[in-house]
Design a protein around this ligand. Sequence first.
Ligand code: MN
Ligand code: MN
Length: 317
Amino acid sequence: MTHMILRIERIGTELPPPSDPDPAGAAAVQELMGGRYGEMSTFMNYTFQSFNFRGRQGARPFYDLVANIATEEFGHIELVAATINGMLTGTAEDGSLSAMKGEDLKQRWIHGGAGALPQDAHGRAWTGDNVFASGDLVEDLTHNYFLETHARNNKLKVYEMVEHPAARALTGYLLVRGGVHQVAYARALEHLTGANMSKLFPSPRIPTDRIPECRPHLDAGSHKILYRFSPSDYQELAAVWNGPHPETGEELVVEQGPPEGALPHDMPPQTATFAPDYAPEEIAEISRKLRVAAGLPEEPTGEVANDGGGMVEKVTP
Ligand code: MN
Ligand code: MN
C-alpha cells in the first residue's frame, strides 16, 4: 500500500456557502491557486522533491516531512478551488453571461464553467517552471521555507484585498496552515544545519491572533499540529516537528490522520456555461436510473454541506 494517494471527500475547513458573486475577488484568489507562490506551486514543489528524493532511508525524517506536507497541499488546491467556485456562483446563470464581458479573466466562462482555473490572478497558466527540486536537501528545504514565507505574504494581501466571506475564511485557514509549514521547514533546516531560520527572515511576522478568521484555527491548536496524512507511513515526522513553537512557545504536535475538515458545498449548476449541462436535470435523472440499475440507493450517496438547490441567502461571516 505504498506509493498511493488516498482521497477523502472533505475540504480542510468549513467555507461559507455560495452567496454574493464576486468575480473580481475570485480573480485575486486565483493567485493563491496558480500564482508562483500559490498552492499548485507548493503542492508540485514538495511532490517532485519527494518523488525524486535520493537516499530517503538515510534521510527519512526529512523525506517524511516533505512527502507528508505535499499531501496536505493537494487538499489546499481543492480548498482554493472551492472558494473560487463559490465566489463565481451566480455569475453565469441563464441570462447573466453578457454581464461578464467586462471581467478581466473571461476564460473562466468561455473555456470553463464559471470555475477555478490553473492560472494566476492575471490569467497566466501555472507552469512547472515554478518547481524547484534540485535534489540538494538543504537547498530544497531553504527554497520551501522561502516559498511558505512568501505564500503567507500573498495570502495576507489577498485577505486585505478581498472582503468576500469565502475568501476571508480561506485565507484565515491557509495563513495558519502555512505558518505550520513555514515552521516545519525552519525546524528541518535548524536540525540539519544549526542555522536559526526564524532570524533569517524577519518578515512577514503575521499577527494571526488579530485576524478574526484565523482565531478559530488557533483556538483549535491548528498552528502547532502537523497532521500525518497516511494510515501508517511518515512516522519520522516526529523527529523534525518537535520542540516549542517559535511564536507561542507551545509544544509542537504530530497528529495521526488528516484534520476532520468539513463537507464541501455542492455548487449549483450554472447553465449559461453548460455546467454541468444545459439541462442538468436530465443528467440527474440518468444518474438516478443508473443508480437504481446498479442496485444503489435511489438518492445520491455522497455527502455535501447543502442540498445543492441553488443560491443560499446572504451569509454573515
Ligand atoms: Mn498550502
Ligand atoms: Mn504550505
